[in-house]
Design a protein around this ligand. Structure first.
Ligand SMILES: Nc1nc2c(ncn2[C@@H]2O[C@H](COP(=O)(O)OP(=O)(O)OP(=O)(O)O)[C@@H](O)[C@H]2O)c(=O)[nH]1
Ligand SMILES: [Mg+2]
Length: 285
């Protein structure tokens, strides 16, 4: 029997730990068991019970205080994650061998972990060897996505993780509850983006014409292959949380042995209808 994992990734402060605790609470309410592993060696606050905590293996303060290493916070984090990668037996022992387990891995916010460092890929391969089906969940703060050029950067960050990890990935726009109704309306176009028209927008904001060609090429590529979409995540909206969870479950075929239901959509592309429904709900209410 397979086991299931979500790698919860995203830039610093994007809401990864809050996402994990929201999902755990939601799971409890619907009688599902989902557990969390903290993989952030510098974590200070999170409010979920941990199944395992990397700080028991190594803490970033220990590395920074070590006179022979003398790392700063970012170098210290990289050191900790490399140490973790060479001690996966610690994780194996902490996880045990429970079939059908469903585990969220709350990852650190340093973006280099998802772009060029090998540790996350090594973790994915190790989890797959332990029969986990792994889904990447990439969070981007919705408040930083309301302008075209910021959005394009967010898309590129999500894309880096997709390219580096080669696993199914669900991209999430977090903290939707913080947006004003006007901003929510505005952000609708970014959830299911038309990159070509976005490129026209960014033409206005980009001062230099020098980068126009590059931006155009990137937007065109992303649009032509429908590579990146975002699901809205509002931690106060149970129905929305459920839809996000359904999409992730579907990507790792969670519960295929049970009677599995596809995400609500039947005849439309999964992404689009979800966005439409989300905003339709808000217009109705
Ligand atoms: N209102 C609201 N606040 C949120 C939400 N998600 C996160 N926050 C707040 O944003 C801040 C950062 O959230 P975290 O969940 O710690 O973010 P993180 O990605 O785990 O941060 P790092 O681990 O430091 O990279 C906290 O003050 C949270 O309370 C959300 O959905 N709604
Ligand atoms: Mg965190």
């Amino acid at each position: 029997m397979p086991r299931y994992a979500q790698l919860v990734m995203g830039p610093a402060g994007s809401g990864k730990s809050t996402y994990c605790s929201t999902i755990v609470q939601h799971a409890e309410a619907i009688n599902r068991s989902i557990q969390v592993v903290n993989l952030d060696p510098a974590a200070e606050h999170f409010n979920y019970p941990v199944m395992a905590d990397i700080r028991e293996l190594i803490h970033v303060d220990d590395v920074m205080e070590d006179d022979s290493l003398r790392f700063g916070p970012n170098g210290g984090l990289v050191f900790c994650m490399e140490y973790f990668a060479s001690n996966f037996d610690w994780l194996e022992e902490s996880l045990g061998h429970v079939e059908d387990d469903y585990i969220l891995f709350d990852c650190p916010g340093q973006i280099e972990l998802y772009t060029h460092l090998p540790v996350m890929k090594q973790l994915v391969e190790q989890l797959q060897q332990w029969e986990f089906r792994v889904c990447g969940v990439f969070l981007v703060d919705s408040q930083f996505m309301v302008e075209s050029f910021k959005f394009i950067s967010g898309v590129m960050a999500a894309l880096s993780a997709m390219v580096a990890l080669e696993i199914p990935q669900v991209n999430i726009m977090s903290k939707m509850d913080l947006l004003s109704p006007k901003a929510k309306k505005e952000i609708e176009k970014y959830l299911d983006p038309d990159m070509y028209s976005m490129m026209e927008d960014s033409a206005v904001t980009l001062r230099s014409k020098k980068f126009m060609k590059l931006t155009k090429a990137i937007c065109g590529l992303i649009d032509d292959y429908s590579m990146v979409r975002f699901l809205p995540f509002d931690c106060t909206d149970d129905e929305g949380i459920n839809i996000v969870l359904q999409h992730i479950d579907f990507s790792i075929q969670y519960g295929e042995d049970l009677e599995f239901k596809e995400p609500k959509e039947d005849d439309e592309e999964p992404g689009n209808k979800n966005f439409d429904e989300y905003f339709q709900d808000r217009v109705d209410s």
